[in-house]
Ligand binder design. Structure first.
Ligand code: FES
Length: 326
């Protein structure tokens, strides 16, 4: 190991070769946003403007994961300033079935938690383990500033999701911590392509709505898919996006002949990606990995949030990610 200098958001710091970017930054009291520190959550994605690092398989365009990538020598690193991690307490306000498999949970917090559309938070319903969820909006676009709206899939053996409406109901105390994640809305002029499967639509809807309201002239394509047609709960949101000039597509990878629903996975219906596109993919890890590859092939800027099984131990999550990223 030798020492070198890296520049992080304009500040030069001493670092050791072989150290991760995150370790070196934290040692210099620069808090690059991070969560898992094991390469799973994408929160610590940073851009490498100059120099080289060992990205250890995490490179997407000009970005790498700071918690995995190690320093080889001088480098210039940039990360986005995002709202810092905070904690809030609150209670469940309502739980409503959107489909037989998907439930909408609205929580009220004592005070607002700042986050960017598309980021995720850790939610702990009292008596249950914490889970990662992406705050969104109701399908009509509404949400108060102190509300957190979640869309959650009921997993067959999910400790938390199976308790929604049973052990967890209105009034249940919650703790919320965050925000985390790098797949959030960024203002821009490039075409924005948003892709989701299942409840990956939650962050995609938050990003799409923010984009339409804040940059209505920007080209926007939204592709939302589900394995089963009965889980295509996002129609009202897509109808609004369509009315605002966005190109929208609903896809179903299972057998289905519902009018207006395209057959196959969302990636089948992706437009050809070019360097002038920004794409965000949220949902099934396999879909997200495919989108990352297609974005890399087309030179598009890509941000992603793979929804990994909450109950999988870290080693299995690593193997899953490794498999899907191959
Ligand atoms: S903190 Fe680096 S991927 Fe989670």
């Amino acid at each position: 190991m030798s020492t070198t200098t890296i520049v992080v958001n304009g500040r030069g710091i001493r670092a050791r070769t072989g150290q991760t970017i995150l370790e070196a930054a934290l040692a210099a009291r620069i808090v690059i946003p991070h969560d898992c520190a094991t390469g799973q959550c994408n929160t610590c994605r940073v851009r490498v403007y100059d120099g080289t690092v060992d990205d250890r398989g995490t490179q997407l365009g000009d970005s790498v994961l700071a918690c995995r990538s190690t320093i080889l020598g001088e480098a210039v690193i940039e990360y986005d300033e995002v709202p810092g991690e905070e904690r809030r307490v609150g209670a469940v306000l309502s739980i409503e079935d959107l489909t037989a498999d998907i439930v909408q949970v609205v929580m009220g917090l004592e005070t607002r938690l700042l986050y960017l559309p598309g980021q995720y938070v850790k939610v702990e319903f009292r008596g249950f383990p914490a889970r990662d969820y992406s705050p969104t909006l109701r399908l009509d676009g509404s949400a108060d500033l102190t509300e957190i709206v979640l869309q959650i899939r009921r997993e067959e053996r999910g400790v938390v999701s199976t308790a929604l409406g049973l052990g967890i109901s209105a009034g249940h105390p919650v703790k919320v911590r965050g925000p985390f994640g790098s797949a959030y809305h960024r203002l821009g002029t490039k075409r924005l392509v948003l892709v989701s499967t299942g409840v990956g639509f939650a962050p995609i809807w938050a990003i799409a709505r923010a984009s339409r309201l804040r940059e209505p002239g920007r080209a926007l394509t939204v592709i939302a898919g589900a394995r089963h047609a009965h889980n295509l709960y996002m129609r009202p949101a897509l109808d609004w996006l369509s009315s605002q000039g966005a190109t929208v597509m609903l896809t179903c990878s299972g057998a289905d002949d519902t009018p207006g629903v395209l057959a196959g996975r969302p990636t089948l219906h992706l437009p050809r990606l070019t360097p002038t596109d920004t794409i965000v993919a949220c949902g099934a890890p396999g879909m997200v990995a495919s989108v990352e590859l297609l974005a890399a092939a087309g030179g598009a800027t890509c941000y992603s949030d793979p929804f990994l099984p909450a109950r999988a131990p870290a080693s299995l999550r690593d193997r899953l990610l490794g498999f899907f990223r191959r």
